[in-house]
Design a protein around this ligand. Structure first.
Ligand code: GAR
Length: 204
């Protein structure tokens, strides 16, 4: 292996977490890995613009256009093989990967989730919905989690978490923004660096 782990970032939307990873690479927070490719499940995702502006190659794998889960995941695996990817970071990737896919990359797939797992997670909990659920329940503290991906939705081993206090006048939108800024954008790059460093350590 080279002296950096090769990272693919999988996205579906705005890509602010992708941006945090790109910035962390520029700032020397991520040194053990390098983003080699960005794969989007949506062809109009703004994350693709962010990749382009950073000079990172990108590709689209649309489940709708490819027709079946097999074809969708087959295309993603083709791209991962082409770029010889070691680590896959799900950064706002809104498709659940099959058990077969996940088992092919044990402890090599990370996901960022906008709550303190095991609260407000699992199937159906994504994006703004997570923050709506936290406010509906009335919890006073929420946050973000970076975890390894296994065959259970949001059920893999936790790598890092950061708590964020809820304010009385929070809306799902204000809470989402604060959780991103104070937690997700901080722990996703740090967890990515940690996993890449561990992979390099075990290889060398
Ligand atoms: C982020 O808040 C991320 O944690 C969440 O979607 C948002 C994507 O934003 N992911 C999930 O809910 C996964 N279950 P981004 O595209 O700006 O990074």
């Amino acid at each position: 292996m080279e002296n950096t782990a090769r990272i693919a970032v999988l996205v579906s939307g705005g890509g602010t977490n992708l941006q945090a990873l790109i910035d962390a690479q520029g700032q020397g927070i991520i040194t053990s890995g390098r983003i080699e490719v960005v794969i989007s499940s949506k062809k109009d995702a703004y994350a693709l613009e962010r990749a382009k502006m950073a000079g990172i190659p990108s590709a689209v794998a649309s489940r709708r256009e490819l027709g079946s889960r097999e074809a969708f995941e087959g295309k993603i695996r083709e791209i991962l093989n082409e770029y010889e990817i070691d680590v896959i970071v799900l950064a706002g990737f809104m498709s659940i990967l099959s058990e077969e896919f996940v088992k092919a990359y044990p402890k090599r797939i990370l996901n960022v989730h906008p709550s303190l797992i095991p609260s407000f997670c699992g199937e159906g909990f994504y994006g703004l919905r997570v923050h709506e659920a936290a406010l509906e329940y009335g919890v006073k503290v929420t946050g973000a989690t970076v975890h390894f991906v296994n065959e259970i939705a949001d059920g893999g081993e936790i790598i890092m978490q950061k708590a964020v206090a809820i304010r009385e006048n929070d809306t799902p939108e204000t809470l989402q923004k604060r959780v991103m800024k104070l937690a997700e954008w901080k722990i996703l790059p740090r967890a990515t660096e940690k996993v890449c460093a561990d992979i390099l350590k075990n290889k060398n």
